[in-house]
Design a protein around this ligand. Structure first.
Ligand SMILES: [Zn+2]
Ligand SMILES: [Zn+2]
Length: 331
């Protein structure tokens, strides 16, 4: 099924023609629970990976023996999803609750030393045919995204460790059949549930706080107070919520900052935005038409079960070279 973002409630470019020059394409990915194959763009699905190529592993020293069993994480979601389908209000019954209570954090992989390589999690794969705006076309037609299942990296020791791989799908003649996965994960919210994607091209405008202050003042006066039900630039007219490729950064938690490439100083651009929610009470205007009948179902807006860092993560990459270092932003 396709997914269709409703037209924006007002034409912001008609009201502020200078925004026309700032429009930027984005692809809303619209992940929804399903069973994607290696031939599909997906979140948390089977990747198209050559059997003779080593799977990405995290070798950064950090504890990896304690956490949640990945099998428990997936089983827990199965139980909850089944319970919510049965009755969206009551949730799991007592028998199910008893099983859920057994899924505890613990030292489930005591044999793992802090430097043992562990398989990274397959987070997503995007085919260029589905997401035409992906950068670095010379690198291939398939982008694959991995992360370590522990947030214990970087100077802060709380950062994610993300890797991107590019490949030409036609080069994979003998695909890997059994995809590696870590035994234990540091946070349940780093395990994506299998989702098929329904990519949709949309247009975005810069986030409010990066606009010139004179324009901010005019938009403020035009849209009126937030308590009115009138459309708001930040929520309804600038950037889309949910998983997306390309587009603009929404600086919701931090003031806007410049993000130069550490190698060549070019401004990095957002390749992929991962979002805990596909919409929330402030961004209901973005709910696709096809999802509106079910938008209030318990987990309708959290199909991936992923919540990185503070709920949202932007993987920003250098437009000039795929090999230049990524930056992970939690704007
Ligand atoms: Zn790691
Ligand atoms: Zn660069």
């Amino acid at each position: 099924m396709t997914r269709t973002t409703p037209p924006r409630p007002v034409d912001v470019e008609a009201a502020f023609p200078e925004l026309t020059a700032e429009r930027r394409a984005a692809t809303r990915l619209h992940p929804r629970r399903g069973t994607p194959t290696a031939q599909d763009s997906s979140v948390g699905g089977v990747l198209l990976w050559p059997a003779d190529e080593p799977w990405p592993r995290c070798t950064v020293p950090h504890k990896r023996s304690s956490g949640y069993r990945i099998s428990d994480v997936l089983r827990e979601r199965e139980i909850l999803e089944r319970a919510w389908r049965r009755d969206p209000r009551s949730g799991p019954n007592s028998e199910e609750s008893e099983i859920l209570a057994g899924f505890k954090r613990g030292r489930h992989a005591p044999h793992l030393a802090d430097t043992d390589p562990i398989p990274m999690l397959a987070v997503a794969q995007l085919y260029r045919r589905d997401v035409p705006g992906l950068p670095h076309s010379e690198q291939g037609d398939l982008l694959q995204v991995f992360w370590c299942p522990f947030e214990k990296h970087g100077d802060s020791r709380h950062d994610l460790h993300v890797q991107l791989r590019w490949r030409h799908a036609r080069d994979v003649v003998a695909p890997l059949e059994q995809q590696p996965a870590p035994e234990v994960v540091g946070r349940q919210e780093l395990v994506p549930s299998p989702c098929v994607l329904h990519p949709e091209g949309i247009v975005e405008h810069p986030y409010f706080t990066v606009l010139p202050s004179s324009l901010q003042t005019r938009i403020d006066a035009w849209e009126g107070p937030e308590e009115d039900d009138a459309p708001q630039y930040i929520y309804d007219l600038s950037t889309a919520p949910g998983w997306k490729a390309g587009g603009y950064l929404a600086w919701r938690l931090t003031p806007p900052q410049s993000t130069p490439c550490l190698e060549c100083s070019a401004e990095l651009s957002p390749v992929l935005t991962l979002d805990e929610r596909e919409w929330d009470p402030g961004t209901t205007s973005w709910i696709p038409l096809e999802d509106r009948p079910y938008a209030d179902v318990m987990d309708a807006n959290t199909p991936t079960w992923v919540s990185p860092g503070r709920g949202r993560l932007v993987i920003a990459a250098c437009p000039n070279a795929a090999a230049h270092p990524l930056r992970l932003l939690t704007p």
